[in-house]
Design a binder for this molecule. Sequence first.
Ligand code: HEM
Length: 419
Amino acid sequence: MPYREQIPIDKGIDNTPKLLLEGYNYITNRRNKFGRDIFETRVLGGQKAICIAGEEAVKTFYDEDKLIRDGAAPKRLRQTLFGEHAIQTIDGANHRHRKELFMSLMSKERLQDLSKLLENHMENAVTKWTMQQKVVVYNEVVQILTRVACEWSGIPLNEREVNKRANQLEALIDGAGAMGPRYWKGRSSRNLAETWLRGLVGQVRNGELCIPKDSALYKMSWYQDINGELLNEQIVAVELLNILRPIVAVSVYITFEALALHEHPGEMEKLRNHDEEYTEHFIQEVRRYYPFFPLLTARVREDFLWNGHDFKKGNLVLLDIYGTNHHPDIWEKPYTFNPERFIDREENFYDFIPQGGGDYYRGHRCPGEWLTIEVMKVVLHFLVNKVEYVVPQQDLQYSMIRFPSLPRSRFVISDVKVI
Ligand code: HEM
């Protein structure tokens, strides 16, 4: 007989309120209480869910024979963050075929194109910043990345539209974990943004809009699915937003980069004096240390036994992203910010998962991870080597129950000088 044991249970008919109240720490708090990396709870209308964390848990979560994504993402997330029928919600051969499309956008050359674009936009922006009394870093970077994301994706954007589109893209992210007005703004922004992009796909297909063949808008408009058919315009719009929205979301990490420089003044010196490798360690530590995605959801494909526990077909499984990135078995002093921990660290697809884990092509790991790091590098270079600034008194606290989390002030700087 295989070994079986009862896993701890977080009692309650629906623990969603506790999950919302404890946010990024909900799973970690229970793991600490139970002394286990696995426990059962009930969430999202009382559904049974198994919470897991740690390296072995990540391996299981990304085993396609065991778990699927179809029917796992809460409706609210699909209505704001992902969109309906997006790549996040499909499995198997269909998913792998569509994932190749996303990965084909991430070639070295295309990432270099994006870096150059971003450098140009940053040059223009910092010149403007020197004339402003104060600069709200998050808001500025949202605007810059909206311009960059559209230009890089082949999406025409005139100057008068920038504010509107930046607000819409930001609202998709901001509405995802919210209730009330923030959520409704996210939903209506999705409708507006999808309508805008559907129109552009129509124009590409009927030849009214000529754009580079290696751009996301072109490739997605002409992508043929596994049956050799074009995606309908609505799904192309959803997948285009799966490029634009997360590029803009890198603003969150950039704001945390600025915060890390401020909270750890020694880092500025180290970054100025060290090679590119140290820059990468710093960026990895920002992605590990600060909260972004709290957890991921999947459903059990077929019954299986893991860690002495029976996972039953259809059960919900929650993988603790934040908790795995702070797991004491993986990270020494996990709650200390220390880029040096990445020196000589071997790459492991299962223990460092700010943007998901496992294989890019086979599983759901974020295809935009290299792009994210590239964007963070360009902006960090500006903050460290190209400008000087003052950080005035402000509220820099960030919440552990708000998604996405951000310093409350959104990081204000003043007296910007180009050096
Ligand atoms: C802001 C930084 C980012 C964070 C924190 C982030 C995080 C994540 C996470 C946690 C996942 C889910 C992985 C899974 O389900 O197993 C994901 C998936 C995804 N991300 Fe990102 N991401 C970021 C940036 C990007 C960028 C820049 C792009 C594209 C340009 C992108 C496109 C996607 C797509 C399309 C998926 C779905 C992949 C799939 O289902 O196969 N992300 N991301």
